[in-house]
Each structure stands twice: as C-alpha cells, then as structure tokens.
Ligand binder design. Structure first.
Ligand SMILES: Cc1cc2nc3c(=O)[nH]c(=O)nc-3n(C[C@H](O)[C@H](O)[C@H](O)COP(=O)(O)O)c2cc1C
Length: 297
C-alpha cells in the first residue's frame, strides 16, 4: 500500500492587508522621526510606502537636544540618536497634512514638550490629539522616546492608565462628528516583563486600537548614549514583539519597528506576528530602494 503525502504549502503572507479600518496597499510604512514636521508628504508618498507616520510633534515648537545628537555606527548598520523631539509644533504639521495632495494613509505621532512636567503631560497629549484628529488617519502616541527626560515614565502604572483613559474619552467624543480614528501607542523595547504585562492588560481593558513595537533601545554600551536603532536593534525589538504578541492575543493590531534592513527582516517580523512593519534606519543605509527590495516589486 502506498501513501501520497501532500506537503502543506508555506502560507504566503500577502503584502496587502485590511486592518485598523484601512485597506493598506502594502504593509511597509515610514516610521516616525524622519519627516518630523510633515514637510515632505507628497515626495514620500511616491516611494512605495503603504503608510506614512509623521512627527513626533509637540504642542509648541522646540529645538530638541544639543548637537551632536545623531551618530552613525556604519559597520553595524545602526544609529544612535538623542534628537529630543526637535519640531515646529503640532499646528505646523496639521497645516502641512491639510495641504498634502497624496492619498497616503497618514499617522501623526504626538508627544509632550520637554519642559512640561509629567503631571501635566496629559494636557500636552490632549492638545496635540485634538489637532491631529481631524487631519490624520490614525494618531500615534509616543510615550517611549528615550530622549525626553522621564518620558518613559508614562509607561508606568502611575501615569499610563489615566493617560490612555483621557485619550479614549476624547476619541469617543470626536468620533461622533469626525469618524473613528485609531489610537496607536508606541512602546519601548526596554520594558520589564511585569510592566509589559500590566501595559497589555490596560491596553485590552481600555480598548486601545494598536501598538507600535518598538522605539529605540537604551540597552547598549555606546558612550554617546541616546537610543539605538537599526540592525543592532533587530533581535532586541523582536523579543519585545514576541512578548507583546503573546500578551495581546493573535488578532490585536501590531506595527513592528526595529532593525528592518532587508526583505528577510521584514518577513521575520511578520512571522513573529506583526501586521504592519515600519522602517527608518534601513532608509538611511539603503535609501528608498529598500521598499521595493522588501516588497520585491
Ligand atoms: C534620528 C531618529 C529620530 C527618531 N525620531 C522619532 C520620533 O520623533 N518619534 C518616534 O516615535 N520615533 C522616532 N524614532 C524611532 C523610529 O521611528 C524607529 O521606531 C526606530 O528607529 C527603530 O526602527 P529602525 O531600526 O528601523 O530605525 C527616531 C529614530 C531615529 C533614528
């Protein structure tokens, strides 16, 4: 007697995806921080991205941290940055988004001014949220930059729950007249496991729409300090992606960010459960050809 074995084909993950209420033509997006002021939307929209995340913007314009604040680690295809939210203020970005003619899916990333105390951070986020909401497709809430003093404390029990509760309330009231716009939290790869678990419970409990995993890491020994991005972040941010996916369940929207420099990196993020993937440092080392390399288009 002979048996015929049919090997299960490896599932092909489509580049297109419907998630967060949008039809993404592909899963590769630009990460926050490259077009901080939404000044280059029309040009960026021609590079093949499935979505663009602009900002991070703060209520008032600010210069950011002292220079030098950006270093290449060329052999490691990585970067160290301590920019500190240098930006022209949320209202500038809003005007630019309003004027743009592209059909790109646009997220605006919001933060707080460097001199706003943590106790008043919610006011900064609400200020930006109110202005970002009418013009963007989603709002990315950046509470994980390592370059604004103590910003990451917003991920702690002391601040996290009240911040996301306030944002959800605002979303609920705005959605009645402006339609529903997702709130996506950008999180740190340096969270302790217990903190990460707490955050995930709150995210599910408060109905946050998605997360970006992750921002840059401070777990490195380079003397310049700042946040590490690029190839050296890849494995580290993958660990955090695995944890978030397991705590948040299989259907929760996750955007992966961290060290995607090639198609194989992109595929790995999808295998680990990412729905969408963002790039930044890969664009610095490879240029826009990276997008077609990833998508094989
Ligand atoms: C110079 C620089 C500036 C950045 N600025 C921001 C920012 O304003 N807001 C933000 O959420 N992330 C910012 N990031 C983090 C990136 O969006 C991204 O999450 C991180 O670099 C990891 O992805 P990558 O390895 O593909 O660069 C910045 C990164 C770099 C290198």
């Amino acid at each position: 007697m002979s048996y015929l074995y049919f090997e299960e084909p490896t599932p092909v993950i489509s580049d297109k995806i419907k998630i967060l209420g949008f039809n993404f033509s592909n899963r590769v997006g630009l990460a926050s921080g490259m077009d901080k002021n939404a000044d280059y939307i029309d040009s960026l929209s021609h590079l093949g991205f499935g979505f663009l995340e602009l900002g991070t913007v703060t209520p008032r314009a600010q210069a950011g941290n002292a220079k030098p604040r950006l270093f290449r680690l060329t052999e490691k295809r990585s970067l160290l940055n301590s920019m500190g939210f240098n930006n022209k203020g949320v209202e500038h970005a809003v005007l630019r988004i309003q004027k743009n003619k592209s059909k790109a899916i646009i997220g605006l990333s919001i933060g707080k001014n460097y001199d706003t105390p943590l106790e008043k951070a919610i006011e900064d986020y609400l200020f930006c949220f109110e202005r970002a909401y009418p013009v963007s497709d989603y709002i990315a809430v950046n509470i994980s930059s390592p370059n604004t003093e103590d910003l990451r404390q917003l991920e702690s029990e002391k601040y996290f729950s009240s911040l996301i509760t306030s944002l959800k309330k605002k979303q609920e009231s705005y959605s009645k007249s402006l339609g529903y716009k997702p709130i996506i939290l950008k999180l740190s790869p340096d969270l302790e496991e217990s903190n990460l678990e707490y955050i995930c419970k709150e995210i599910l409990d408060k109905d946050i729409d998605g997360i970006i995993c992750s921002n840059t890491t401070i777990s490195h020994k380079y003397p310049q300090g700042g946040g590490l991005s690029g190839e050296e972040l890849f494995e580290f941010s993958n660990k955090s992606l695995i944890s978030f996916r397991s705590f948040l369940g299989s259907s929760f929207p996750i955007i992966a960010s961290g060290g995607v420099m090639s198609r194989s990196h992109y595929k790995k993020k999808l295998e680990l459960g990412a729905d969408l993937v963002q790039v930044y440092t890969g664009m610095i080392y490879k240029g826009p050809i990276l997008i077609s390399e990833i998508l094989r288009s």
